[in-house]
Design a protein around this ligand. Structure first.
Ligand SMILES: Cc1cc2nc3c(=O)[nH]c(=O)nc-3n(C[C@H](O)[C@H](O)[C@H](O)COP(=O)(O)OP(=O)(O)OC[C@H]3O[C@@H](n4cnc5c(N)ncnc54)[C@H](O)[C@@H]3O)c2cc1C
Length: 481
């Protein structure tokens, strides 16, 4: 009999460690070293995901054994108690999860599975992550035997060539060790029962995740590339314009192989425009894989620049500006609408996600780490690889082919929300302002703005001055002046 140690995978379907012949005891460990790294809203979502996982195991005639404490000590105790031969688990990539799994490996017989990503980051780097990490300073050196990839397009080419494994089925009930139903008392209780998410959460079950996937494949996938940046569609058809699968992926309620198979099946049948649209979705999944690649090479992705610029970036210490950004009161309509969506839903559409992140790190010149932490606390779909990798991409700290990318919040509005549908949906003070006025908003005279929306805040930075300042500071960091 083996123990299956659930970590970020809150499901029974498409879990590699649950496949095979061995009989299994499913276990979840509430380890303070790891749970502390989760944001408030995601904790509440994880609680519900665990409730549904436990319910599924009960349907299968067993129970999810929950224990609190340091993972290695807990699993060692359980192994002794049950006579388990081996502990199986899915590989984790953050510093906290690496330390945790290394301790378990030291003390027990283990089997580790690549489960969070389609392609094992190690296999793209010559098979040994530790060697690759040591050599990661040689990134970009031609001829380096083991190297990571400098840009997404290099990574994407290599990643496309790798085989993508099929999903695995849920284990049959007779492979699960039957345990008596565990009553919830202190030592077996699910964590985060008392966390109030303060917003309504999507249903946190693998059934809900699968329904979302199927509905998107039926009604959104074929036009994804055309609608993914359309912010009016994001308001009118939020789950067709984009998939909204990110919360489910983030807490492992859907397997990446299951998702990939659904997309690849459609891709094989598709031609012309549909083929292009489906391919666009596949490429976004590859961006997620690229983020895990970066986290594998650079475990400190959430705290250290990936590839530091030659000189230090002169970030501003500007607590009032940071607070205004968090409240969605910058006076830039698209930025404030994005931050309002984050506050209301624990989610932001990718387009405004980029705009708000660029505004913080470029127009306000505030260190990307402050934004990364805020997102971690507020997002339901917070992902420990994608969030820091995306912040670093926007902040130009080493993961992009462009030296200094700056999104202009005014032209982004004109291009992606030309009717102001998104802004009006999320910023009530601007609900009656015509689109052509919204388009010029931060550049209008204060008296004109007051006529239209007296209670909406003035811009906290001049649009052109913010742009020039960011150019100058990043130019200096790049050694251009
Ligand atoms: C500053 C910043 C922070 C971000 N933080 C997160 C995060 O914590 N968690 C998260 O899941 N995504 C994050 N993203 C990426 C992206 O915004 C979200 O994945 C996407 O908006 C989720 O909505 P969806 O599921 O409808 O995406 P879809 O457009 O339907 O895409 C499908 C899936 O592809 C992946 N994906 C899509 N876009 C990206 C991308 N740019 N980079 C990596 N993967 C992508 C996601 O897993 C997503 O669920 C961040 C982006 C930025 C700019």
């Amino acid at each position: 009999m083996d123990i299956y140690w659930h970590r970020r995978d809150h499901r029974t379907v498409d879990v590699r460690g649950l496949a095979g012949e061995a009989r299994l005891l499913p276990v979840y460990v509430v380890d303070p070293a790891v749970v502390e790294t989760l944001g408030t809203r995601q904790r509440a979502f994880v609680h519900r995901a665990l409730e549904s996982l436990r319910a599924r195991y009960r349907e299968l005639g067993t129970d999810l054994v929950v224990r609190h404490g340091e993972a290695a000590a807990v699993l060692e105790g359980l192994t002794a108690e049950t006579g388990a031969e081996c502990v199986r688990y899915a590989e984790g990539y953050t510093p906290a999860r690496r330390v945790q799994q290394a301790r378990v490996d030291d003390r027990l017989e283990t089997r580790r599975f690549v489960d969070t990503v389609l392609v094992d980051p190690a296999s793209l780097m010559g098979g040994d992550l530790d060697v690759a990490r040591e050599n990661s300073t040689t990134r970009g050196d031609s001829g380096a035997e083991i190297s990571s990839y400098d840009t997404y397009s290099q990574f994407y080419r290599a990643w496309q060539r790798e085989p993508k494994p099929d999903p695995v089925a849920e284990p049959n009930a007779d492979r699960l060790v039957s345990v008596e139903r565990l009553d919830d008392h202190e030592s077996t209780a699910l964590p985060f029962a008392d966390v109030d998410p303060s917003i309504s959460l999507p249903e946190a079950s693998q059934g809900a995740a699968r329904e979302r996937l199927e509905a998107f494949c039926d009604r959104g996938l074929d036009s994804y590339g055309d609608t993914r940046d359309d912010l009016a569609a994001a308001v009118d058809n939020p789950t067709q314009a984009v998939s909204r699968l990110s919360p489910y992926l983030a807490v492992g309620l859907v397997g990446i192989r299951e998702l990939w198979q659904a997309v690849a099946t459609r891709y094989v049948e598709a031609t012309g425009d549909v083929e292009r649209n489906v391919e666009s979705y596949g490429s976004e999944i590859a961006w997620r894989e690229w983020a895990y690649h970066q986290l594998s090479v650079h475990p400190q992705l959430a705290t250290e620049d990936y590839d530091p610029l030659p000189n230090e970036i002169e970030w501003r210490d500007a607590p009032a500006d940071l607070a205004a950004w968090k409240r969605g009161e910058t006076g830039f309509p698209l930025v404030d609408a994005g931050m309002a969506q984050l506050e209301a839903e624990g989610y932001i559409h990718n387009r405004p996600r980029q705009v708000v992140a660029s505004f913080l790190t470029k127009h306000l010149l505030i260190d990307w780490r402050a934004g990364e932490r805020h997102f971690r606390d507020r997002l339901i779909d917070y992902d420990p690889a994608t969030n820091p990798a995306s912040w670093q991409w926007i902040a130009s700290t080493g993961t992009d082919s462009v030296d200094n990318r700056i999104f202009d919040p005014v032209s982004q509005f004109e291009k992606y929300d030309p009717d102001g549908r998104f802004v009006r949906a999320y910023v009530p003070q601007l609900a009656d302002v015509p689109a052509e006025v919204l388009a010029k908003w931060p550049t209008l005279e204060a008296t004109t703005r007051d006529e239209y929306a007296p209670s909406y805040p003035d811009p906290i930075v001049d649009r052109n001055e913010g742009f020039r300042r960011a150019k100058a500071v990043f130019g200096a960091a790049l050694g251009e002046q």
